[in-house]
Write a protein that binds this ligand. Sequence first.
Ligand code: ADP
Ligand code: 3PG
Ligand code: MG
Length: 399
Amino acid sequence: MLKKSLKDLSVDHQKILMRVDLNLPLDPEGVIANDHRLQEALLTIKYLLEKDCAIILMSHLNRPKGKFESKLSLKVCAQRLNTLLNKEVKMAPDCIGEEVNTLKESLKCGEILMLENLRFHSEETNGSGEDFAKELSKGCDIFINDAFGCCHRNQASIVDVPKFFPQKAVAGLLLEKELRYFQDYILNPQKHLCAIIGGAKISTKIGVLKSLIQKVDTLLIGGAMANTFLKAQGRSLGKSLVEDEYIQAAKEILKECESKRINLVLPQDLLFTDQISSDGQTQILGINDPIEEHLIAVDMGPLTIDAFSKALEPSQIIFWNGPLGICEIKPFSYGTQKIAQKLSQINAIKVIGGGDSAAAIEKLGLQDSFDHISTGGGASIELIEKGHLPGVNALSNKD
Ligand code: ADP
Ligand code: 3PG
Ligand code: MG
């Protein structure tokens, strides 16, 4: 990596300002539904504790619009960190201001302070955050960005804070690991690369698809994403989710896959329902069968599961983004489940991107059979699409 990383600096006994991505999913009661991002941040936090650093953590949580909202306080993350480390995590009442400065000053080596939600201040997101960033950086010796999931955002804590740490704005261990997986295996694959792309909308992933077809040997398209491709091939799909304005883009991708001799696999059969609920009447239909107007495609059928499974076999690197059906609803989760199980048995480097895909794999308890489950959905997509991220560009260059 051309950017400085944590291990390029001597950090012993330093006061560290660290941007983490603690934008964790909360359930309606405000309880953390999944702490994957926090677990992954432990790598750097533990390293800094070993070096006897004073650690100041900052993050956003969800999208408050520049004012305090008690249900979006980072207190819940501070408490979970406290439990995971079995160590006190002090909670600041805000992320900037006199009181926070005093807390920062009095923080001793080996102690941890969590700043309050950055997005309680509109300066974090409104594009004019330099003064805010200067306030955040007060009293700290080194800045570490370990928030891979936020590196695609041009926001104060990501792109402005580094300006106040010349030569000392570095990538944390998680950020470094994320970049290594994407750069070495997806952006510059040296071996047979297969991408499985699913999820709800082609519109959010068109850029990543265009970039991936420059890299992959095999491309499997499922989920609602596949519907637009099937429609582009002239098939009718009843009431299934199709983005008509992307049919032309889908046609171009199909053409390019052909000219590049990419092994493109689209669904051959689908599970249809008459309503998106577990009470729906379902039936499996081939893509050439007549599809009644009221039916909705919600999962792949057995022929497709077989075709995907076979196509996966020669792969040495596999990147998966996007569930292959409406996997939140049990009767529509079979395809996602079968492909996750197949992947768990394949000997390849396996990388998952996307919050919903990661959640589906964790729900199946298969997370340990993957090499890397990215903490960034939007960030990983933008990295694949553009090859770089603003948050990484903002860090200090290696000497
Ligand atoms: P990720 O978060 O992994 O990037 P996305 O956000 O792109 O994934 O897509 C996840 C969503 O896609 C899920 O909510 C899932 O229900 C939806 N989805 C998958 N297949 C279909 C389908 N056939 N019809 C409608 N929605 C679908
Ligand atoms: C994410 O959850 O993708 C990151 O934390 C970024 O959050 P945002 O999409 O609200 O900027
Ligand atoms: Mg998602």
